[in-house]
Design a protein around this ligand. Structure first.
Ligand code: PLP
Length: 368
């Protein structure tokens, strides 16, 4: 099997697995005051301190969650209530569904947010929360986050950034952003943990889930200690600064794109700065779900647009917002995991060419 769906979930890093197993052997609940509880709390606070250093915030300003979806929802609940909410047109459903009445900020043909339009929207000075993703899950397009943060600070708006796909792949720091969502399983940690990182001026947020007062009253519920320990271990390894690893991944992605282009594909959003591990390949006239299924039969795992838990594949709202018309239902996402090896490129090339030939033949009108 060739696994090229890292943006859905990265393979678990062995070091994260080891940290999870060690934490699972810690008997106590981090909220208990006895020795076992204190031992569990040490594991929790070590993870928090590491993540704070790694992403440029204070340990007290990190709220552990169950993942990226909950971190986005908590940010929008806590910072968006009573404010107008503006979201980028290519945001993940985690953000879109938490802000159903949001004003949509348009993107250009490569999926990059229109910051002039943002400045215009913010000119009326009404209290606003802006939500922008750092990197897109379907195309890998990287948004101009530093510029957006400067605009928001200047015009008095709050900025929430969904860094779920960016963290671990490119340098990510809180900086002058108000809140940042990250997720463990997108950087090689286990599923089931994530965090909302808060700027000191908004750190005292009100919870979405109440309960035992965990996370300084900002998120109730007993901590998923093994998942959090694995999360911190994975974050330690995926620093996003390893030049050699980056070059290797870029070379494999470039080879994959060259293969697909020679088979008639278009690379969506390739004019934007992009994550090196991600490419979005549209094959005109051929439905994305048919491509995914044909590649799967050949042992190659990729996804079509946004993976959705029902298993259904719809037209991608991301590619539609980029103005790609029918191609929005004809694109697959190939995302290389941290442990990809060079032989992925020739294996994908052979599978992609076979898939394109087969599906085109199936569509061709039969001779009378
Ligand atoms: N935001 C983005 C950009 C994503 O790609 C995803 C997951 O695919 C999420 C949020 C949700 O994260 P999680 O799976 O940790 O809930």
């Amino acid at each position: 099997m060739l696994y090229l769906d890292a943006n859905a979930t990265e393979p678990l890093r062995p070091e994260a697995r080891a940290a999870m197993l060690a934490a699972a052997d810690t008997m106590g609940n981090p909220s208990s005051v006895h020795a076992a509880g204190r031992a569990a709390r040490r594991v929790l606070e070590d993870a928090r301190e590491f993540l704070a250093t790694r992403f440029g915030t204070r340990p007290a300003d990190i709220v552990f969650t169950s993942g990226g979806t909950e971190a986005d929802a908590l940010a929008i609940h806590a910072l968006g209530t009573g404010r107008r909410v503006i979201i980028g047109a290519t945001e993940h459903d985690a953000v879109r569904s938490a802000a159903p009445d949001a004003t949509i900020l348009p993107v250009d043909g490569d999926g990059v947010a229109d910051l002039q339009a943002l400045s215009k929207l913010l000119a009326d000075a009404s209290p606003t929360l802006v939500c922008l993703m750092w990197a897109n899950n379907e195309t890998g397009a990287i948004q101009p986050i530093a510029e957006a943060a400067a605009i928001c600070r200047h015009l008095g708006a709050l900025l929430h950034v969904d860094a779920v796909q960016a963290a671990g792949r490119i340098p990510v720091e809180l900086g002058s952003i108000h809140s940042l969502a990250i997720s463990s399983h997108k950087l090689g940690g286990p599923q089931g943990a994530g965090a909302l990182l808060l700027a000191p001026d908004v750190a005292g947020i009100s919870p979405m889930i109440r309960g035992g007062g965990q996370e300084r009253g900002r998120r109730g519920g007993t901590h998923a200690l093994p998942a959090i320990a694995g999360f911190a271990a994975a974050a330690q390894l995926s620093l996003g600064h390893d030049e050699d690893a980056a070059k290797g991944i870029a070379a494999i992605r470039d080879a994959i794109e060259a293969t697909a282009i020679s088979a008639g594909a278009t690379v969506c959003g390739n004019g934007a700065p992009r994550l090196l591990n991600t490419t979005c390949l549209a094959l005109p006239g051929i439905r994305a779900d048919a491509q995914v299924m044909a590649l799967d039969l050949d042992g190659i795992c990729v996804s079509a647009g946004a993976a959705c838990s029902s298993g259904k594949v719809a037209s991608s709202h991301v590619l539609t917002a980029m103005g790609l018309g029918p191609l929005a239902g004809q694109a697959i996402r190939v995302s290389l995991p941290w442990n990809v090896t060079a032989d992925a490129a020739p294996v994908f090339a052979a599978g992609y060419a076979r898939m394109a030939d087969r599906l085109r033949a199936a569509l061709a009108p039969r001779a009378a």
